[in-house]
Design a protein around this ligand. Structure first.
Ligand code: ADP
Ligand code: MG
Length: 640
């Protein structure tokens, strides 16, 4: 017996003893090797005139024997000579070996999942097999060779027989393991079942270029006997038929003009397990230094787990029709986490590791292009199918806003024009651009209000004051809105202003002067009111903009009232408070009442009225009244 090289042995040990759950990928690896071997022969036939290869015969076969517990993957490809067997299967010959050595050095002694990190090739067979036998005959040779190993210490190579060139990899599938200490056991029976194998081929190798065939059992009606009477009941019999399990031509490699929308929809539903057809299908092909095909879908419904912790974003990554990864997160940014799809590039290595993914330049280049493509497709939908876009935005708009916020505004240029907000003036959803285009020449800022419902916001004093001046206000009801605008700061060189944030730049010089005068005339009253409120507010001020309501709350500084509300519900952010300002309307009759009380030295009345005004303003802003019982009593008192 020949011994495995040390590094091979380490990998084998790891593989067999690891808790690695994705054992099923072994079939993908064996099929991909078979496909490579057929490729090599095919290539020889195309480049060497003395080699005749019949394209039609090239195929990969899968066969299983449940009783003998064997599973065989065969190909009629190039095969291996004895030296090649030794070189290729006696050591880790594939390109992943360097990465393996590194990963192994870094994780010495840890019970790590490094197997899942890169293609492990041929050796992955030992995850499910207690013995592997390889019968192979190299193209152009007369004798075959047999390699055999239990995956522990070493292997044997002997001469053998095979009718033609090609390779059979015969696995003796492990016995099922009973569960221990309440842990579930391990069953290997799927790898010996027609259903299980079909499913694996379908999932991992559906787009391998050569037919992957298997004898499948079917049922048919027996021919009706000549002498059958009237009471003849049809009889059935089982028979076996060679079936091609894979679809071979990947739908994403086809030109989109050659695929019907129905085909795309069916593919989407089957591949991504959605009941509904996608809202959009985006397909494109990139050429040049980096070649790849991409097929992307925007779901028409929010995936049920999109906002759960377990949700994994990502696109399936294929390399030359072989799936490398079901969800490659690096291919889509977080704000497009709802996009599903496939990227296939021959330029990406089958053995790319999860660790090197992030640094892979090719992958980054693809991701950049994918992001741009999604954004431009959404812009197209916004401009040409507004109804569909509004439905999309209802589903996924929150994520786009969050993308601006979480990138500290860096994504603003890409995403701002994709946002929609409810316009108080127009009574419908508008983009920021539409808002700007509809605003009067003299308007200096973009106004928005944040709160729980558009109906309520529409009646807020600050909103009605802004609207009264002929300016529109965007009514924002999602908790992320205020944060998104704070991160953006400006749009098209205009400041984004929360109407409850003070400093609205709305007032005319006249308004301003009037407010300043009222403030200085009533200094004593304002300070008495501030005293009555104590720490609840940082200031009591005369508002230059309030038109109808007697008072309103605004805030100084970066934390708005709405942000305070949102953060109150978040762990760790409970203590974050806005700096509240009680703004008064000096033209309101209540202001006159307060002035009179101040003149008469009625501090009690000032205190109780101030409290009422403050609580009213809280209610209007959608914030809880601090002491509801005292508030109700005070109102009752007034009504007597
Ligand atoms: P990789 O496919 O990444 O090279 P593997 O561990 O999967 O690594 O396979 C190791 C080598 O064994 C292959 O490169 C190939 O030369 C050889 N090999 C494996 N399976 C076959 C096969 N069915 N026919 C011919 N050669 C094979
Ligand atoms: Mg391989």
């Amino acid at each position: 017996m020949r011994k495995f090289k040390t590094e091979s042995k380490k990998l084998l040990d790891l593989m067999i003893n690891s808790i690695y759950t994705n054992k099923e990928i072994f079939l993908r690896e064996l099929i991909s090797n078979a496909s490579d071997a057929v490729d090599k022969l095919n290539f020889k036939g195309l480049t060497d005139a003395s080699v005749q290869v019949s394209q039609d015969d090239l195929a990969i076969r899968i066969a299983f024997d449940a009783d003998a517990r064997t599973l065989t993957v065969s190909d009629n490809g190039i095969g291996m000579t004895a030296e090649e067997l030794e070189k290729n299967l006696g050591t880790i010959a594939h390109s992943g070996s360097q990465e393996f050595k590194q990963a192994n050095a870094e994780h010495q002694g840890e019970d790590v999942d490094i197997i899942g990190q890169f293609g492990v090739g041929f050796y992955s067979a030992f995850m499910v097999a207690s013995k592997v036998r390889v019968v192979t005959r190299a193209f152009g040779e007369d004798i075959a060779h047999v390699w055999e190993s239990d995956g522990l210490e070493g292997y044997t190579i002997e001469e053998g027989e095979r009718a033609e060139h090609g390779t059979d990899v015969i696995l003796t599938i492990r016995e099922n393991q009973p569960g221990q200490d309440g842990e579930p056991g391990e069953s290997y029976d799927t790898y010996l079942s027609e259903w299980g194998l079909k499913d694996l081929v379908h999932r991992y190798s559906n787009y391998v270029r050569y037919p992957i065939q298997m004898l499948v059992t079917k049922s048919r009606q027996k021919p009706k006997p000549e002498d059958a009477g009237d009471d003849y009941k049809p009889e059935y019999e089982d028979y076996q038929e060679l079936e091609t399990l894979n679809s071979m031509t990947p739908i994403w490699k086809k030109r989109s003009s050659d695929v019907t929308p129905e085909e795309y929809n069916e593919f989407y539903k089957a591949t991504f397990h959605d009941w509904e057809a996608p809202a959009r299908t985006i397909s494109f092909h990139a050429e040049g230094t980096l070649e790849y095909d991409a097929l992307l879908f925007i779901p028409s419904k929010v995936p049920f787990d999109l906002y759960s912790k377990d949700y994994q974003k990502g696109l399936a990554l294929y390399s030359s029709n072989v799936m490398i990864m079901e969800k490659c997160a690096e291919l889509v940014p977080d704000h497009f986490n709802f996009v599903r799809g496939i990227v296939d590039s021959a330029d990406v290595s089958l053995n790319i590791s999860r660790e090197t993914l992030q640094h892979d330049r090719q992958l980054r280049a693809i991701a950049t292009r994918v992001e741009k493509k999604i954004a431009s497709d959404l812009a197209d939908m916004r401009d040409n199918d507004r109804e569909a876009y509004e439905a999309f935005f209802e589903n996924f708009g929150r994520g786009l806003k969050y993308g601006i916020y979480s990138s500290y505004g860096m994504k603003k240029d890409d995403l701002a024009d994709l946002l929609l907000f409810y316009s108080a003036k127009q009574g419908k959803l508008v983009t920021l651009k539409e808002y700007r285009e509809a605003s009067p020449e003299d308007q200096k800022a973009i106004y928005y209000a944040a709160g729980d419902s558009t109906e309520r916001l529409a009646h807020m004093p600050m909103v009605t004051s802004v609207l009264a001046r002929g300016y529109d206000v965007m009514l924002c009801t999602q908790d992320v809105d205020d944060f998104c605008f704070q991160a953006m700061q400006t749009y098209d060189e205009q400041e984004l202003k929360n109407v409850a944030g003070g400093n609205l730049d709305l007032e005319t010089e006249e308004d301003k002067k009037a407010a300043e005068e009222a403030a200085s005339e009533n200094e004593a009253l304002l300070s008495a009111m501030k005293e009555a409120l104590g720490d609840k507010v940082v200031r009591v001020a005369v508002s230059p903009v309030l038109t109808d309501a007697p008072s309103a709350l605004s805030s100084d500084g970066p934390i708005s009232l709405e942000m305070e509300k949102v953060m109150a519900g978040q762990a760790g952010a409970e203590g974050i408070k806005s700096q509240r300002v009680l703004e008064l309307n000096a033209g309101h009759p209540i202001f006159a009442t307060l002035r009179a009380a101040e003149k008469a030295g009625d501090t009690e009345k000032i205190a109780s009225y101030t409290d009422l005004l403050y609580n009213q303003a809280l209610l209007v802003a959608g914030l809880p009244v601090e002491d509801p019982v005292a508030f109700a009593q005070a109102v009752t008192e007034l009504m007597k």
